[in-house]
Design a protein around this ligand. Sequence first.
Ligand code: SAH
Length: 391
Amino acid sequence: MSCMITIRLKSQGQGRVLSGHPWAFAGEILPHRHSLADGDCAELYDAQGRLLGSGLWSGRSQIAWRRYSFASRPFDEVFIAEALRKAVERRLPGRFRRLVWSEADHLPGLVVDQFDGVLAVQALTAGVDRALPIITSWLSKNLGAEEIILRNDAPSRVHDGLALGVRTLSGRLLSPDWFRIEGVEYLLDLAGGQKTGFYLDQREQHLRVARLAQGRRVLDGFCNQGGFALQAARMGASSVLAIDSSEDCTLAVARNASRNSLDERIRPLRANMFDWFTQQRAGRDGVVFDLIVLDPPPFARNREAMDGALRGYKEINLRAMHMLAPGGILATYSCSQRVNTGMFMGMLGEAAVDTRRTVRVLEVTGQPMDHPVLLNFPESHYLKGAILQVE
Ligand code: SAH
């Protein structure tokens, strides 16, 4: 059995889909007479009649077709169950991890994050949204989840004409609860927090950076719920200043710090990092840190915003380099999908020149193994970072 409906690329097309990329854009596809509904599956052929794969159709989105298989296969219960099983099998054992990641797991638009017994599910495309009953029933049966929360509040759903909303599979209200992640307890709001409730993609970096924190004065810039701050304090940082512009976040850091008996060493501060850096310089009171973390939100949400974004990244990184004691560490990240590793490292290089200090790259970091990057799909590489030492 196949998808039945076939569509073709325009003959003059240069689409990246011809070289392994999983997306075809609306303008690359030859007009057709099929009544394709959003979420249907369709086989895409190139102008020479070669099969490029089976994909999910999104008629209102620029990204009209997303491949889920190179073969001719319907997007049915058999396919979905197999893709889910393989996705879970590929992951290392754990209680807090991403189990399914969209194109990287042959399920374009599906994200499943595990928080111990609770699974947070995001459906970002019409095809996956329609298949949610199959997906949630497989997850309940095979993973013994206590609860599944459907986080269908991601704004990108609107591109596929999908409604926004959050609900649990059981229909019960899910209130914030304590979860112990890598030895630190956090009060997580899986129904309302940023992302699916926690920055799981930085879980390994929290530990990695904290290993360098012993006896150091730490600044956790853009701290969210305090992942870096809490782990650094736990690993013996002498003091931690944790800054976020959101009051919900600084309150969360305070609550988490006290729950973990780390409140004596962590000071949460609500501030805009850009303003805060400017004030420190104006005051010239010589605040110095031995370890600074910068983990800002994506500054470059579209191509037009790129120049401004790079200026923003450079500004905060330059200011941070200035504030480090000799030998101090800067752990700096970008989750802007449009800023690639080369651009990021180039920006850091420019900041380093301006400080006139020698900066060594101790490590270039990327995404953890449960958020794999697909080769031929640069869009799946969004998180990059560098651990630097400033002489
Ligand atoms: N480091 C965190 C994740 C950071 S997410 C972790 O590992 O869990 C980015 C955070 O930056 C968000 O919590 C957001 O509230 C905050 N933020 C956004 N703009 C900001 C600004 N201009 N100044 C300070 N914080 C900001």
